[in-house]
Design a protein around this ligand. Sequence first.
Ligand code: GLN
Length: 293
Amino acid sequence: MSHTIQSLYRNILLRLKTIYFAEEAKAIADRVIEHFFYHTPVQRAISGNLPVSDLQVQDVEIAVGRLMQNEPLQYVLGTAWFMDMEFDVSPAVLIPRPETEELVSLILKWYKDTKPGIPLRVLDIGTGSGCIAVAIKRNIPGACVTALDISEGALSVAKSNADKLNADVEFLQCDILGEQHWHDHRYYDVIVSNPPYVTRSEEHKMLSNVLNFEPHAALFVPDNDPLLFYRAIIRFAKNRLHDHGTLWFEINESYGEDLKQLTLDHGFKDVNIIFDFQGKSRFLQCHSTNSPF
Ligand code: GLN
């Protein structure tokens, strides 16, 4: 059957509505048309009767088939927006979340308020798509930004994002749980991390499009050790953060107080738990009191 952009849109929308709420189905159908035909909803209204080739229909059909299996739109299209930048994503990396945009905005505001113009050495631990590291480098061009991840697949996505978005970020493959690699590191002024923090017993609360498609290694921690990565990062930060350096975390809302205690036990000060846009304890900021090396 031959299609115009508008008829193809209506056809996609009808199918998506069988598995998504109407609003979400509409937003997804809009993005699909925009991605394949560069037509925003307004342009579609004006020139939606343009014919679509069979080849184009085939490409769209493949994408819609994947969406109908509940695969997240960002993986299907291969891109996700973060802080007004378009990042490439693949199933090797988590899809950047709005909470993480909030974390970066907090860091940028803190920099502007307290350290304007000061060159910082920043480390992002568990960079995934590279969204935190790239967004910091783009917004604080004088910063020297390093990002690490254990996953080779994630690092290759992150590197190509940094290239595409013209952000000069250094990438390292490193398992932060392996203390033997820590001596390779220099000292930093800021360490930031959004490590895995969802416990296995919270799995049942997650949507199937997250559970079935996003990398579990980037999401989950064992029930009996929910602060596994935080403990390692705090110990690392004690070693590799300059005196009065700042540590920023995205956190599981259920473990804010435990994590606060852990940072205090390790001698960090000014520990601040910050709420996200949903009113959940989602971020932690603290300062090191390391004596200068
Ligand atoms: N915020 C993510 C989610 O709820 C989890 C990210 C993480 O584990 N660091 O899916």
